[in-house]
Design a protein around this ligand. Structure first.
Ligand code: GAR
Length: 224
């Protein structure tokens, strides 16, 4: 992946909250399943659990409070400057709950991933679990995609599905989906840092083969 083979690929992770996906990726790295280093964790909110997770694993962390910036453009410029101090090969959005400016997104084109708690393109935005239940969906799940300026609209790399049971609640469905997220995101991270995933002019590819629209169904993979 990086041209400099003397260092492992560098990842910067952006969070706003609990950081359970961050934790899953840290665990994958520490288990030697993901050949990469998390160079920094950046949160737009202070005192969130994800920051404590970073500290517990010796990862530098920063709070860049969006309320201290006049507007989205200024915030994203400051965020970009902070991220770029680490020269990351990959930027991971792990529950980073902010809409991003196009220029920020384009700066990281092809090297920024997001996880979203639905089977995209269904249920972009918020409250995905409740909306899936209300829509009487039989299945729900999570998606990892390359980030483009369209919110939750970038090319999908992979998905994992869960069945919505008869008496499903928003909370029970959220915990089922999060369990799948914690497999899917480390897996996609691994594929990216191994240089197997790329975003070309015609869409995302795995090992040089185009990934079909809708992404890879990775539901049945059970080994990172
Ligand atoms: C995850 O469920 C992720 O899919 C969602 O935020 C949660 C963060 O949890 N992201 C989005 O909704 C983005 N549109 P975590 O902080 O425990 O990883």
């Amino acid at each position: 992946m990086p041209s400099d083979h003397s260092r492992s690929p560098s990842i910067v992770v952006l969070i706003s909250g609990s950081g359970s996906n961050l934790q899953a990726i840290i665990d994958g790295i520490e288990a030697n399943a993901i050949p990469a280093t998390i160079s920094a964790v950046i949160s737009n909110k202070s005192n969130v659990k994800g920051l404590a997770r970073a500290t517990a694993h010796g990862i530098p962390s920063h709070v860049l409070d969006h309320t201290q910036h006049t507007d989205r453009e200024h915030y994203d410029l400051a965020l970009q400057a902070l991220i770029d101090e680490y020269s990351p090969d990959l930027v991971i959005l792990a529950g980073f709950m902010r809409i991003l400016t196009s220029s920020f997104v384009e700066h990281y084109a092809g090297k920024m991933l997001n996880i979203h708690p639905s089977l995209l393109p269904k249920f972009k935005g918020l409250h995905t679990h409740q909306r899936a239940i209300e829509a009487n969906e039989a299945e729900h799940g999570c998606s990892v995609h390359f980030v483009t300026p369209e919110l939750d609209g970038g090319p999908i790399i992979g998905q994992r599905k869960v069945t919505i049971s008869e008496h499903e609640t928003e909370d029970s469905l959220a915990s089922k989906v999060q369990k799948e997220e914690h497999f899917l995101y480390p897996l996609c991270t691994r594929l990216f840092v191994e240089g197997r995933l790329s975003l070309t002019d015609t869409g995302p590819c795995l090992d040089g083969t185009p990934i079909t629209e809708g992404g890879l169904d990775l539901t049945d993979m059970d080994d990172l």
